[in-house]
Design a protein around this ligand. Structure first.
Ligand SMILES: [Zn+2]
Length: 496
């Protein structure tokens, strides 16, 4: 037992030594680091660096799991992009307590920042948070507080002991070594409070500055010596605040108040968001949701095969991708030229469904025709390769399907109507390839070279002779490339 503990400690030490290197973020980028991956207390840290350098604000939510106003607000900032300055966002510091909707599991995580030798997951998370705090220029810890804070006793519910609707600091000033660098915490908090209160109609719910005077002998909040903000104040010497929305308010209002507070702190620190943030990640489909003969929909992953029977009615109900908008599907050889989503299509031949985000192809699934088994529920076969490891071409000549091998010759007559329906490409998603009939332009508006799905009517002068071999208009070829490299070819010989 002890041995594994030592190993774990050594691994953690190693990780923490490596971390500053791994998490180096270039300007204008963001990184997502996962600590304790696979454990219940998995910790997600998002670092967002603006294109221009500036101050770093650390936003922590969910250090106590029963305060959703804080972690739901922090969550929005994990996806931010910045023009200037930096954010470190830890939306869910204490995930196990969030799952239980409880303040704590073993111990209150926000009382473990002073000497504490109890070893548990809370301690390990706190160790990470301590490092993040000292890396930052300012730290805000997002909470929900019970009752409403008031500097005089008004009622059991509204008093100096209460936390709700306040911005808490451990003192009114942060004293630095050089007194000229002292930070007026009260003034900073007041600026933020003024911005939050603009959105609050009922004066009873106005935010106030709540000075805990944590290390004063007469402090009524001595337990706060063990808190994250006091660690920031006392050890890292950075301005740190607890933002407390009143627990009794509606969730949306609590989240909004936190958002007003975060935005105001960003403004004070000169951290400027990109509006809107631009993150042009490569479109990738994860899966399609398909119903066969009005059955309960099945989920079919990228490159998976769905076995159906000839004549089945297939309807693609939805696709899930790393984008939500601009999505469509194209059932090769069926449907219309735009979008085949939510259309009931009768499938008589094996085909492929291509998912698209705008005009970018982002994944395929296959519809295979099962001729052996009896008509029953559609079967999802998990084989990713299908039975075709070699590149083959699925052609339609005058309406008749023809499958031909790579590098073979296809004889047609002038006047034939010719379509390259698709390629069968084994393990690789066929939409990653470009299949180009040299001498034919499929898409007149945007000639990317892709010619699958276009009718090539050889009775008309749609082929450019100068692209034919020998330039006589008799021998053409179809070139298939993957990432710009030739992977296959077929030769089209036309009898005039
Ligand atoms: Zn709290």
């Amino acid at each position: 037992m002890k041995k594994t503990l030592y190993i774990k400690a050594a691994v953690f030490l190693l990780l923490s030594l490596l971390l500053p290197v791994c998490s180096q973020v270039l300007a204008g980028q963001k990184t997502h680091t996962v600590f304790f991956e696979g454990e219940d207390n998995e910790l997600h840290v998002y670092r967002i660096n603006g294109s221009k350098p500036g101050k770093t604000l650390l936003i922590v939510g969910g250090i106590q799991g029963d305060e959703p106003g804080g972690f739901l607000a922090a969550d929005f900032y994990a996806d931010f992009l910045l023009e200037k300055g930096n954010l470190i966002v830890v939306p869910r510091a204490n995930f196990p307590s969030i799952l239980k909707k409880e303040r704590q599991i073993n111990q209150d995580m926000n009382r473990k920042f002073l000497d504490d030798d109890i070893s548990n997951y809370e301690a390990r998370v706190v160790n990470v948070l301590k490092k993040l705090i000292c890396e930052s220029d300012c730290f805000i810890n997002l909470h929900e507080g019970s009752g409403i804070y008031s500097n005089k006793w008004e009622s059991e519910y509204k008093s100096p002991q209460r936390f709700g609707q306040s911005i808490i600091a451990d003192d009114s000033f942060l004293k630095k070594q050089d007194p000229k660098e002292n930070v007026n915490l009260k003034e900073m908090a007041q600026k933020v409070i003024e911005k939050i209160n603009r959105h609050i109609k009922d004066k009873e719910y106005f935010f106030h500055f709540n000075n805990h005077k944590t290390d004063h002998p007469d402090s009524i909040h001595k337990e706060q010596l063990k808190s994250a903000t006091y660690y920031a104040h006392n050890v890292c010497k950075i301005p740190a605040f607890g933002i407390e929305s009143a627990k009794s308010l509606p969730l949306e209002q609590k989240v909004r108040q936190h958002i007003y507070a975060i935005n105001a702190f960003m403004e004070i620190l000169g951290i400027i968001p990109q509006t809107p943030g631009i993150d042009l990640k490569k479109p990738e489909m994860q899966y399609m949701i398909i119903s066969v003969n009005n059955s309960i929909p099945v989920v079919v992953g990228k490159m998976q095969h769905l076995k159906i029977h000839r004549g089945d009615i297939v309807e693609i109900l939805d696709i899930v991708a790393n984008y939500e908008r601009g999505l469509s599907v194209d059932v090769i050889g069926l449907g219309n030229q735009f979008n085949d989503m939510k259309k009931k299509l009768i499938i008589n031949e094996p085909t492929r469904i291509v998912a698209k985000k705008d005009f970018y192809k982002c994944g395929s699934v296959f519809l295979d025709i099962d001729t052996k088994s009896l008509k029953q529920e559609p079967q999802l076969t998990l084989s990713e390769s299908g039975d075709t490891l070699i590149l083959r071409y699925k052609l339609k000549i005058n309406g008749n399907l023809k499958i031909v091998d790579n590098y073979s010759h296809v004889n047609i007559r002038k006047g034939d109507k010719f379509v390259i329906e698709d390629i069968l490409a084994g393990k690789v998603d066929p939409s990653k390839y470009i299949v180009n009939f040299k001498g034919f332009v499929g898409n007149l508006h945007n000639n990317g070279g892709e010619d699958r799905g276009y009718l090539i009517d050889t009775s008309k002068d749609v082929l450019m002779e100068r692209y034919s071999l020998g330039k006589k208009g008799r021998h053409y070829y179809v070139l298939t490339t993957l990432n710009g490299k030739e992977v296959g070819k077929i030769f089209i010989d036309i009898q005039l």
